[in-house]
Design a protein around this ligand. Structure first.
Ligand SMILES: Nc1ncnc2c1ncn2[C@@H]1O[C@H](COP(=O)(O)OP(=O)(O)OP(=O)(O)O)[C@@H](O)[C@H]1O
Length: 240
């Protein structure tokens, strides 16, 4: 049994990993308000890889930030594994992000002065995992993403594709239930991008995680279990 923070809804084993209902989000107010999301609803089952597509400005990043608990929606609700994000206090929300979600960004987001293994260890440090255990898991994860021989190199000594592999290993460090990735291949050439997408597909399968990935990359759309398309803050297509 995992401990439930006070004030959260009890997790149900049948709940979808992600349930988004009539989600709305605006930036600013009055006449100048930008309505980035205008009533978005969908759910993602456990172990599914969902690609989120849409033109620039359609609301993809806004949606990922809300699902990841990085921002509060203007309206509607988000439940992760049956827990309503709106019902969590700041501490519980932080714990949810740290322990149950792994983030992957377009710009990799690695710490330049740390080695690949130390970067992968960062989320575990936040959870106070002892260093020997951290080191061992970091090396296991780096081997899984094909970087066994690069554990002691710093990001500046790695290619873009290798850096994104480190970021994927880092996202898996705390055995998350959900991976949220925003344009993970946006800075990579198409061949490297394809390899990263195949890696994401493989880890979603092998680790049993759920993934929501914003992308313009047709490779991921082919590999995804489903594709959700956003247009002007609304879902226009939710193919399975
Ligand atoms: N912090 C902000 N302040 C004001 N408007 C914002 C802010 N962030 C996003 N927006 C607006 O919200 C809308 C949705 O933006 P969002 O970044 O979610 O789109 P996107 O689909 O991720 O685009 P891209 O593919 O270019 O990353 C856009 O009109 C954008 O200008």
């Amino acid at each position: 049994m995992t401990e439930q923070p006070v004030g959260t809804v009890t997790t149900s084993t049948t709940a979808p990993m992600v349930a988004v209902t009539d989600l709305r989000h605006s930036f600013g107010s009055g006449e100048r308000a930008v309505h980035a999301l205008r009533g978005v609803s969908f759910s993602i089952g456990r172990g599914e890889l969902t690609a989120l597509k849409g033109r620039s400005g359609s609301g993809k990043t806004t949606l990922l930030n809300l699902v990841g608990g990085l921002d509060n929606p203007t309206g509607g609700s988000i439940a992760l594994d049956g827990t309503e994000l709106a019902g969590l206090d700041e501490e519980a929300r932080l714990a949810m992000r740290r322990d149950r979600i792994g983030f992957v960004f377009q710009s990799f987001g690695l710490i330049p002065v740390l080695t690949a293994a130390e970067n992968v260890g960062v989320p575990m440090r936040l959870r106070k995992v002892p260093s020997a255990q951290r080191e061992e898991r970091a090396r296991t994860l780096l081997a899984m993403v094909g970087l066994a021989d690069h554990a002691d190199q710093r990001p500046g000594e790695l290619s873009g594709g290798q850096q994104q592999r480190v970021a994927i290993a880092r996202a898996l460090a705390n055995e998350p239930d959900l991976i949220i990735a925003d344009e993970p291949t946006g800075q990579l050439d198409s061949e490297t991008g394809r390899a990263i997408m195949q890696l994401l597909r493989a880890v979603v399968r092998s680790e049993g995680v759920t993934a929501l990935v914003a992308t313009h990359d047709p490779t991921l759309m082919e590999l995804a279990d489903r594709v959700i398309e956003l247009q002007d803050g609304r879902i226009v297509e939710a193919a399975s």
